[in-house]
Design a protein around this ligand. Sequence first.
Ligand code: HDE
Length: 706
Amino acid sequence: MTDHPEGHNRPTSDSTSGNDMIDRPARIGQGGETHQPPDAAGPRMTTAHGVPVSDNQNTLRGGNRGPALLEDFAFREKIFHFDHERIPERVVHARGYAAHGFFECYESLSDITRAEPFQKAGQRTPTFTRFSTVVGNKGSADLARDVRGFATKFYTQEGNWDLVGNNIPVFFIQDPIKFPDIVHAAKQEPDRAFPQAQSAHDNFWDFISLMPESMHMVMWIMSDRTIPRGFRFIEGFGVHTFRLVNAEGQSTYCKFHWRPKLGAQSVLWDEALTINGADPDFHRRDLWDAITLANDPPEWELGLQLFDDDFADSFAFDILDPTKIIPEEEVPLRMVGRLVLDRMPDNFFNETEQVAFCTQNVVPGIDFTNDPLLQGRNFSYLDTQLKRLGSPNFTQLPINAPRCPVHNFMQDGHMQHRGPKGRANYEPNSWSPGGPRADAETGYRSFPEEISGPKRRIRPESFADHYSQARQFYRSQTPIEQDHIAGALVFELSRVETESIRLRMLSHLPNIDPDLAARVADGLGVDEPPEPAIPVVDPVDLPPSDALSILKKQKITFRGRKLGILATDGVDDALLDSLVAGVLAEGAIPALIAPRISGIVTAGGVRHKAMFQTEAAPSALFDAVAILASDAGVRQLTALHAARCFASDALAHAKMVAMTQPATELFACIGIEGRDAGMFLLEGAADVAPFLKACAELRYWPRIEG
Ligand code: HDE
């Protein structure tokens, strides 16, 4: 495309009559009126074939009011392209959001792996990370109760390594042949095409209640892990056991973990319901704002659980079973580097939509194990990319292309961009130059694991204990988190219409925890709970693991969070200024909310623009709130339904809440007199610091406990 000095769509200088407008740009008053912003001109517009376009407002007509002409190639080409804009959305993980970044290695791991990103301290590898929900379609809301995908492409100098993980370290099933079934059961039911992005329906719980191996995952998905505060606040897990292989060919087993530097954090279910309506793009916006507005790139540390065959043989479960974790108390995490996401894609479709992750993408030094799920995935991802992207040349799209040399004899195919020269397109050949050759020394070599045994369709006995780790997870949670699990099960099962499915699901819970079973049965009004399901292997009590709870290892910081400041005209300047300055000093974002989007005027006459109008900003969108009302302004708030809900929801969601003296009237109006230890009076600038210190705790749980 070349620059055209005159820009596009400029009217010609000669005057036109109503009759000669067919081959000229339309004029105001001549039926083709458009309003172009004065400075909007860019390069000259062309068709896809590079032909300059004279008019992008009107199709080619025969006569002033006559039919459109087929020869209008500019129109036909534009519509043709538009008609083909969509590619198939991902069967699972359709809704996603991604960012560029880099991985930085803390220290050389060359004794453990020859993988290129881990060779030198300080070494940086470019990355692209896509987060996603699993069940919902592309347009579904961000805060569906769902697993989050956490997939990272490392552009290494020895090829692309894709670590395609989730924010939950286990999976529903042990064998990949069940994947289409679990996905069909979870997505919309085929006859009615609902519910969207929701597991709370008969088909899902019908399948799950027939699959005891899912029970560990069920505990995780019913926990707060599936309603995260944002992508910046999720952990990530490679799930399967992998192998790391060093230059001498020695193998070490490895499980991959991502840990967010800001700490894991979740919203409450009631907040999730509100957020989905008020801001269905809450997670997207959060990542976008952090990177582009706050210039606060989110970071994760990569932790490795490394172990050998002796540990694997002595561990209570099979390290190849993807429904099991290895507790950190048994194999601690070794932190080996950090992932920084510091750049949003230039174009969502080109990058986030067209990125093609494949679990088969490993580089020398990283290898698979015989985890059956991982082996099945290695087939599925490559296959699915062909369907989605339509050509085996999807590896040539910029987002998928390796950033190291690529040489082979693969040729042709749809959308081929590479044009090798010369006669050699096979190997061995005797031409000179004869083209690329395999290198036995430096090329990828699989770990030479011994394989033996009969060819059979079986599930190993070592995979048979389905309840012990589910129990361990539940018992590792704080009482608040246990309440949330019980509440989530009650919500989900109450949406199941078929009683026998509800009861079948209830029959599994006593094997996990009798108290949980009783609470869920009570919550559903089941007077006579069913007999417990008979386990193949009796569950055992495992020691609780603090690493499984979000709250037990919460980071006490307000960094990266958002304070919602609901303010009125006439608010004290010093108080507002010191609150905003204090929030910024914590590395958090202050968001001004006002009765009108035009903003407020302080007592000192300063005008502040609002980020939100009250009706568009329920307090669920913020981590903590402050209500700064003046004597006159509070009357505006008490009269406003949205302001009353703002205050009462903030309390109901256990948020830290600050208020000016006049704002106490708003609380009185919703029946709240007095203040608990999570409510703060802001009488002057000196009161800001204690409030912000409390905000670092994120919630004042005693308000809603028990
Ligand atoms: Fe996936 N999965 N999966 N999965 N998965 C896909 O690949 C599949 C599994 C995960 O942001 C698909 O490109 C099978 C576990 C993520 O683009 C598909 C099995 C884990 C993403 C596919 C699993 C994941 C996918 C659909 C069982 C966590 C999104 C579109 C054997 C470790 C990647 C696509 C992105 C996507 C198959 C199980 C994570 C159909 C067959 C376990 C994060 O190929």
